[in-house]
Design a protein around this ligand. Structure first.
Ligand code: AP5
Length: 224
C-alpha cells in the first residue's frame, strides 16, 4: 500500500500515520520530520531553517530529493505512508514520475479535514517527546511526567496561522489534482483519535478491497 496523508497543520496526520503504519507494517515518511532532523544535525541551510520557522514551504527540489532516496530504502519496498508530501502539484508530478520509473504507483491520497478553529488548539498545545517521538497534547493527550518535551518552533500561534494559509493556498490545486486522478479520499478529522483512525482505516480498506477485486481481500496482510 502506497499512501499519502494530506492535511493542514495540526490535522492529526502524524498521529494517525503512526497507528496506520504499525497496522500495515509500512514506514511513515514525513518530510517535516526529515527536515527537522536535518536542522538538528546542522545540515539545513539558515535560509531553509528560517523558511520553516516562518511557516513557509521549502523548495520542491529539496523535498523531492529526500523522498526519492527514502522511498528506495529496503523497508519501503512493500509500501509506505508519505506524511506531508507532496504539498504542491510539481511535487505530486515528481512523485508520479519516480514511482512510474520503478514500475509502481500511488494507491490512495487521504485528505484529513479539520476546521480552522480546531487546528490552532491542536498545534499550539502539541508537545513531542524527543526521546520516543511520541506526539502528545497538553489537553487531549497529556504527556507522562518523565517525558522530555519539545515545543516545535513553528507551533507558535502566529506561525500556525501562516502555515494554515500556506496549506489552504496549496490545496486549492493539489486536492483537485488528486481528485481528477480518482485517488482522493476525504476523511473527517474531527473526533477522538480512535474515531478518526476508524474512518481512515475504512478508506484504506475500501480501496485495498476494490484493488483486490475478485478475492475481496481487505486485510493488511494483502498489501503490496
Ligand atoms: P510538517 O511537519 O509536515 O507539519 P504540518 O504539515 O504542518 O503538520 P503537523 O506536523 O503540524 O500536524 P499533524 O497533522 O501531523 O498533526 P499531529 O498528528 O502532530 O511540516 C513542517 C514544515 O516543514 C512545513 O511548514 C514546511 O516548512 C516544511 N515541509 C514539510 N514538508 C514539506 C513539503 N512537502 N514541501 C515543502 N515544505 C515542506 O497532531 C497535532 C496535535 O493534535 C497533537 O498534539 C495531537 O496529539 C493532537 N491530535 C491529533 N489528533 C487528534 C484528535 N483526533 N483529537 C484531539 N487531538 C488530536
Amino acid at each position: 500500500m502506497r499512501l499519502v496523508f494530506v492535511g493542514p497543520p495540526g490535522a492529526g496526520k502524524g498521529t494517525q500515520a503512526k497507528v496506520i503504519c504499525e497496522r500495515w507494517k509500512i514506514p511513515q515518511i514525513s518530510t517535516g520530520d526529515m527536515l527537522r532532523a536535518a536542522k538538528a544535525q546542522g545540515r539545513l541551510s539558515a535560509e531553509l531553517v528560517e523558511k520553516m520557522a516562518l511557516g513557509g514551504l521549502v523548495p520542491d527540489q529539496v523535498v523531492v530529493g529526500l523522498i526519492a532516496d527514502r522511498t528506495q530504502a529496503d523497508d519501503a519496498k512493500n509500501g509506505f505512508l508519505l506524511d506531508g508530501f507532496p504539498r504542491t502539484v510539481p511535487q505530486a508530478d515528481a512523485l508520479d514520475e519516480m514511482l512510474a520509473a520503478r514500475g509502481s504507483k500511488l494507491d490512495l491520497v487521504i485528505a484529513l479535514e479539520v476546521p480552522r478553529a480546531l487546528l490552532f488548539e491542536r498545534a499550539v498545545l502539541r508537545r513531542t517527546d524527543i526521546r520516543t517521538g511520541q506526539i502528545y497534547h497538553l489537553k487531549y493527550k497529556p504527556p507522562p511526567p518523565d517525558a522530555e518535551l519539545e515545543h516545535r518552533a513553528d507551533d507558535r500561534e502566529e506561525v500556525v496561522r501562516n502555515r494554515v494559509e500556506t496549506y489552504e493556498g496549496m490545496t486549492s490545486e493539489l486536492l483537485p489534482h488528486y481528485e481528477k486522478k480518482g485517488l482522493l479520499a476525504r476523511v473527517d478529522g474531527v473526533g477522538d483519535v480512535d474515531e478518526v483512525t476508524r474512518r481512515v482505516l475504512s478508506s484504506i480498506e475500501g480501496r485495498s478491497g476494490r484493488e483486490a477485486g475478485a478475492t475481496g481481500a481487505t486485510e493488511p496482510a494483502e498489501r503490496s
